[in-house]
Design a binder for this molecule. Sequence first.
Ligand code: 2P0
Length: 351
Amino acid sequence: MTTQFIGKENFTIHTQTVSESCPSNIALIKYWGKYEHQIPANPSISYTLNHCKTNTTMEFLADEPFSVQTFLSGNEEVKFAEKIEKYFKNIEQYLPWILKGKYIIRTENTFPHSSGIASSASGFGAIAKCLMALDEAFTGKTSEEESLRKASFLARLGSGSACRSLYNGLIVWGATEEVQGSSDLFAVPYPDTEIHEVFKSFNDWVLLIHEGQKSVSSTVGHSLMKTNPYAERRFQEARENFVPMKEILKSGDMESFIKLVEHEALTLHAMMMMSDPAFILMKTGTLEVINKIWDFRRDTGLPLFFTLDAGANVHLLFPADASEESIKTFIEAELLQHTQKNGVVKDVMRF
Ligand code: 2P0
């Protein structure tokens, strides 16, 4: 199945520097649980963000012994370098030149590092794009489409959710009959003609409820699904949720969209609570904000809703339309107070 991504044996390496940028993404139907070789237990769909990005410069020094040095915002990060070294060794069959030089990787996020916004998605997305730029320099030109697909394939092997960050808009990763061309190996854009206009221009304001290291990493979280007694039911539900999601995206049914997206977020965190050992990543502020959103919706009928990543922060979702001013006023007046330092990252998806 992966033979299409095996690297070309004919290559000419030389010292080269490449720079690439990649945004983060937020899942609407969540990926939580995986099998060997980063195969997801269920399909997922996400929005790619616009402003939350990682910018990466990769210097490849040809014919030096293989090693990796990484800098995050100018500071050397030894742990990250070890992770990248392991990753490069792991993907050699797809890029046969990859272990034939030394790498100096400099990376910067446009969002606060400790914010809990998925930096592994944008980080591995940017690295995979750099690798494909080097591959093109060493093995010759490939089509834009092929290059992006292979970048998505490689990003997935670094961090699952990263494979969705290679494309703009609504993106699907994981094979589902509901989306033609979908695959467990790489992500594909959801067909544009099947998306109602209302979903093509959306705000995502991330309330930074808790800045700092989270107590349980996503890697550990995924692996706890192996022994979670509700895992199979959850995987099945995520697969089933693609059926209404497809209808909703086509028709523009905002009420059903809100219900489905919030249900997915709460299910993700419910799975964490039902793991053994159990863990909780939400904080008091997370719950206070959720309750205030529900009250606001009940009182005004305006389409403000939330999703959650694997952390305490709340992603506030609302369409970029006539209702957005009232919603923004409410957020500033009522929700910002639940953040640690008035922290909010204002992103918007437009495609
Ligand atoms: C997602 N998350 O679909 C889900 C929802 C977080 C919550 O994928 O082990 O960093 O690198 O494949 O992708 C976060 O996990 O995990 C994640 P690995 P990843 O976005």
